[in-house]
Write a protein that binds this ligand. Structure first.
Ligand SMILES: [Zn+2]
Length: 446
């Protein structure tokens, strides 16, 4: 079947399902997956029994609230226990065709197994996101993401299934990638936001004009928050003359579980696959849709390793009001990782808020480093930035302006602002940039 390329929807019926019907479908799948998990995954049998709950207790979507949470630690503690895939897995190993693993940046890497059906549905979802941002079979697409172990690697298959011409770029050195952009004239690329920006800078330094020498019309970014920060998205768009779309994925679920549409107001999440809850960051109390807290996901259709009430560690909210694009699946707004958030003078501060301020200052390059430290038994933060080449203001004036802008946006001033020359900060990286250094002596256990 060939699709009408003028239809804005990949799967119109699914994407525009009235919420009542969408929730009915969620409930059917929830009942099935909770029972499947209980019957086949030793961990869920034990934890449901201990909590005194049974799969039959699910009569409405809200009934999920009776069931216990799991988190990253549950995954780490149960993998390899009893079998290679561990106690959260609900299928035998011979039914598994693919595993991805997390980066392990917050501990032991955790693996995420897929059955053939899980994997096919994963790619169907990825095709839907690519179509949503306007990719069509006549596009040329460079997938410039790490392929090794990473769940975002196979997403390229979603673009191929859509019919686009795909170039499996991986993490090529910048010079090779720029050569490909020039020679093959691809129209869509996916990479991290910091790399999209740095690649643009490198292109300019190498004598290319990304707007004229390349043909990039759309840039997908994921893995860092930048794509949801308007100032960062605009900075990337200005270099490339292309539209930037933010995607959000979890190694535990899909390479992209959610994606922006043309209105860039939150990311549509695949609610046919994921039931979203939000809980208070500190108390775990269940919040209403629209309130900001930790996002908790239940996977509705993944059978290899169902996740029932998985605390993601991401702070955000879900907006289920209608989107102008006509899609009925809710939009998530992510503020940051729970472990990146810090508290200064009783104010919750996210590095993404600081980034938004820095990227709006025309005297700065946009690179930054945040240091969090303890003084007099209270947390403070300092910000290091680079003054752009050609700015004639003295450093003290620039520092005072940055400090005032941070105070205005966040509510608390930084303890200090350090000004470096252009290129003076060592934060440029080819993958995820390390921009927050926590110097406090605190033991984090998530
Ligand atoms: Zn939309």
């Amino acid at each position: 079947m060939s699709r009408d390329i003028n239809n804005k929807f990949w799967d119109e019926e699914l994407e525009t399902l009235p919420r009542e019907e969408l929730e009915k479908k969620q409930l059917e799948d929830l009942k099935e997956i909770v029972k499947f998990a209980y019957d086949h995954a030793p961990y869920y049998k034990r934890s449901f029994d201990e909590a005194g709950v049974k799969p039959e207790d699910i009569r409405t979507l809200k009934d999920i609230q009776k069931f216990p949470f799991i988190n990253k630690k549950t995954q780490r503690d149960t993998q390899g226990v009893g079998s290679f895939l561990g106690e959260l897995a609900a299928v035998p190993e011979e039914d598994v065709v693919f595993i991805s693993t997390s980066s392990g940046s917050t501990g032991v890497p955790t693996m995420s197994p897929f059955t053939k059906k899980d994997f096919d549905e994963f790619q169907e979802t990825e095709s839907r996101w690519f179509w949503q941002i306007g990719m069509r079979p006549n596009d040329r697409y460079v997938h410039a993401l790490n392929f090794s172990l990473y769940v975002g690697g196979p997403d390229v298959i979603g673009a191929q299934n859509l019919g686009a011409l795909c170039i499996w770029g991986g993490t090529l050195p910048s010079e090779r990638l720029l050569f490909i952009l020039k020679t093959y004239q691809p129209t869509v690329i996916w990479t991290s936001p910091s790399y999209a920006w740095q690649l643009g800078e490198k292109a300019l330094k190498a004598g290319y004009d990304p707007k004229k020498d390349f043909n990039i019309k759309k840039i997908i970014v994921a893995g860092e928050l930048g794509g949801s920060i308007d100032a960062t998205r605009k900075a990337i768009e200005d270099i490339w003359g292309a539209e930037v779309f933010d995607f959000y994925g979890l190694s535990d679920i899909f390479g992209a579980c959610a994606a922006q549409c043309e209105y860039h107001d939150g990311l549509h999440i695949a609610e046919n696959h994921i039931l979203v809850e939000t809980v208070d960051i500190h108390t775990g109390e269940i919040l209403e849709p629209g309130q900001t807290g930790e996002l908790v996901f239940t996977t509705l259709r993944k059978h290899a390793r169902p996740l029932i009430r998985f605390k993601t560690g991401d702070i955000g909210r879900i907006d289920t009001t209608p989107c102008k694009c006509g899609r009925t699946h809710g939009r998530i707004h992510i503020l940051g990782r729970k472990d990146d958030m810090f508290i200064v003078s009783a104010v919750n501060v996210f590095p993404s808020d600081i980034e938004a301020v820095i990227r709006e200052q025309s005297d700065l390059t946009g690179e930054y480093l945040i240091r969090i430290f303890e003084k007099d038994f209270t947390s403070k933060y300092a910000v290091e930035v680079e003054k752009a080449t050609g700015v004639t203001k003295d450093d003290d004036t620039v520092a005072a302006e940055v400090s005032a802008a941070l105070k205005a946006r966040i509510g608390v001033k930084p303890a200090r602002v350090v000004i470096h020359p252009d290129g003076g900060l060592n934060t440029r990286s080819e993958h995820k940039s390390k921009r927050v250094i926590d110097e406090r002596n605190i033991d984090y256990n998530i």
